[in-house]
Design a protein around this ligand. Sequence first.
Ligand SMILES: *[C@@H]1O[C@H](CO)[C@@H](O)[C@H](O)[C@H]1NC(C)=O
Ligand SMILES: *[C@@H]1O[C@H](CO)[C@@H](O)[C@H](O)[C@H]1NC(C)=O
Length: 429
Amino acid sequence: MSASTSNSIIIVGAGVFGLSTALELKRRGYSDVTVLDRYNPPAVDGSSVDISRIIRIDYADPVYCQMAYEAYQGWKTEYKDQYYESGFALLSETPNNDWISKSAATVRANGGTVEDLEDGVMLKKSYPNIQSNLGGMSGYLNRRGGWADAAGSIQKLAARCSVAGISIISGPRGSVVSLVREGSRVVGVNLANGSSLRASQVILSTGAWTNRLLDVAHAASSSGQPVGFIQLTQDEARSLDNTPVMINMSTGVFVFPPTPGSNILKVARHGYGYANEVTVQDGGASRTISSPKFDSSNSETGYLPEDADEDLRKGLRQFFPEFADRPWLNRRLCWYTDTPKGDFIIDHHPTLQGLFVATGGAGHGFKFLPVLGKYIADCFENKAPEELRQKWRLQPAPRGASSAYSMKGDGSRAGPPLRKLTTMEKAKL
Ligand SMILES: *[C@@H]1O[C@H](CO)[C@@H](O)[C@H](O)[C@H]1NC(C)=O
Ligand SMILES: *[C@@H]1O[C@H](CO)[C@@H](O)[C@H](O)[C@H]1NC(C)=O
């Protein structure tokens, strides 16, 4: 049964999943929509924040490729002020990288164009300012693609929510510590300020924090992925004018062109990441999960594990040899919500009534910002095509499931396997 538009709806989490859902539900006539988060959007330690996210239509999976095309239209129109079409190049040290080949075929099957790069040096014909030599690498270039100002896009989306009449509450009044259950029904949320809020429907778009509120450890786990920023001068930034977003599919390391105006260079890794093992209390029982901190910001300390720092440095040296020794302006772990095959989780809870889950971004959700809410609202209203409902289903937990933190995603990751942070490392987070 779908919810009535006069029902009260609480959306927990003001990232790209939560805000896009809120706006779409409001557009569909739901009159009472409230969004709660620990921080004001863009949440400082969420995964919908900072200076850039890759915008690509390149996917091995035809479903996401098609969705990304649709989102791309939104980036070219509604969100054009936040979008930079630099082009996107995928490169690998090994010829015929499986994911790259599949992605090229999928893009072509969807009517797109990619330019094969038998050798990476070919890329320098289109982009002479690339510093790296790229010899011996191969892959392809898609000129349709680039990056978006992540914080700016979320700000714009949040402003639209406000204008539409959606309350966005943050701080202790917006920090959800647990769900209020009555039997097999979720009827609201308990807040860090000691009060609770009731609602007919609770939607969890809590990203990497989801397992703290609801046991979905069989379906999603959080991993921290390293990100580093470097300050360039105006002239240095200019020397990298007209360069594309590039990913090294052999290491998972990817880089962006410098941001116009602020001249910041960003390097990150789309890998298997780090698990932060914590024990949470849940209705008398305790569970051990991987999750970022809840009580304080995860981007405050700027800490990265030493091996992550070294690998980012190495990536920087490979892509931008002239800036390889620059000190970091800032560093952080960006918290992904990984799922076994990289599929989102967008579904009514299989056994708890009044609860809907929209999470599992698996490190590739942001680009869908212009269209994600529509897909989520379709699932919420039980209108989505069967194929999508199956794909994004929240499977019931198998009996006696032990939570494995390693969820490998869609085959696009590279780099070292997932590693649990040590006690010493955790103390520095
Ligand atoms: C806690 O926050 C909620 C808003 O989310 C508010 O309605 C309630 O009055 C607050 N309670 C206290 C004790 O401040
Ligand atoms: C990509 O990674 C491979 C494997 O570590 C490395 O040999 C190559 O130099 C890297 N290239 C770039 C441009 O990052």
